[in-house]
Ligand binder design. Sequence first.
Ligand code: FMN
Length: 197
Amino acid sequence: MKNSAPVNHPVNEPIRDRWSPRAYAKTPVEAIKVLSVIEAGRWAASAFNEQPWRFIVGLNFDETHQKILQSLVEWNQQWASNAPVLILNIAKRTFSLNGNKNVTFKYDLGQSVANMAVEAVNQGLHAHQMSGFDPEKAANLFGIPDDFQAVSVTALGYYGNPDTLPPDMQKAEQRIRERKALNEIAFSETFGNGISL
Ligand SMILES: Cc1cc2nc3c(=O)[nH]c(=O)nc-3n(C[C@H](O)[C@H](O)[C@H](O)COP(=O)(O)O)c2cc1C
């Protein structure tokens, strides 16, 4: 299903058509498509090209998928259990070169995951990111080293039947997508002074 952003200025199609659905079909996702999605994440920019992102991929309801699902809060489990692919998004806290703290480690991971969400659309898939999970539980389940932090989970798959969702989620699924106005987020001269181009 399309739920394109009602953009005020033209943008490329996958950005316009990316959205975060909760109705997923149990249809397996082809490994070749998952690889393209991860490839898109791999080519994100990062500070000093550290590439602090790491991904644990649960594919088509395998054991890894079940473990990632366990780490989600119950509310997310309700819908994400249908998504055939669950990806645990992890970031390295320090620079590999000198061990110094990398202050943009989550920022860099976010860029990588954003790339993946856009590539998912290009592959005919949908992606839905979640911070509603237990990072400590995930760290224990997967033996994540201390220098790495599990930051979010991405659900990935084909669109399903929204009628199968609980009523509150069905409503959210149909909601018109909204964003702040451009002049609320882009300024000129001083902070808060909305840009006019
Ligand atoms: C970091 C992050 C955490 C999120 N956490 C959750 C979550 O735990 N559960 C959920 O259903 N949606 C979650 N979302 C999805 C957002 O609610 C969604 O992206 C936002 O409402 C905008 O909608 P759109 O992605 O369809 O444009 C999260 C998104 C991001 C980027």
